[in-house]
Design a protein around this ligand. Structure first.
Ligand SMILES: [Zn+2]
Ligand SMILES: [Zn+2]
Length: 128
């Protein structure tokens, strides 16, 4: 069974979620920051917590792309999304190491829709 892929209408789904969010990051601490407050980053504005512009992305809370129920989706700024993925990936990496598999492409699914910015972040942030 494939590990899961994005549905055909993902661009519409993700646009609807960003619309729901009012173009503001919906993170309220899922990434490990903000102490229970909602992230202040807004799409297209200068990032407060990082360099460059905010890119609002849409994350799957359970990291399973075919699961596009609204409650499984969260509009996250690129900073929160990256952090959120790292929280989960470090957990998965431990699991995979235990299973004897390589960690694989950590950000493959994210790069599908804003690859450029996140690739830059990857170079800066987590070169390992
Ligand atoms: Zn955020
Ligand atoms: Zn956050």
């Amino acid at each position: 069974m494939p590990s899961g892929d994005y549905p055909e209408n993902w661009p519409e789904i993700s646009a609807a979620i960003r619309d729901r969010a009012g173009s503001r990051c919906e993170c309220t601490g899922q990434c490990g920051l903000h102490r229970g407050n909602r992230c202040e980053e807004r799409n297209g504005e200068d990032a407060k917590w990082a360099s460059g512009k905010v890119i609002l992305t849409v994350a799957h809370l359970n990291h399973y792309p075919p699961d596009c129920r609204p409650e499984n989706l969260l509009a996250l700024c690129n900073t929160c999304h990256l952090r959120y993925d790292q929280v989960l990936h470090s957990h998965h990496a431990r699991l995979k190491r235990r299973q004897g598999k390589a960690a694989g492409d950590m950000f493959g699914h994210v790069e599908r829709y804003d690859g450029k910015a996140l690739k830059q972040q990857r170079k800066k942030g987590c070169a390992t």
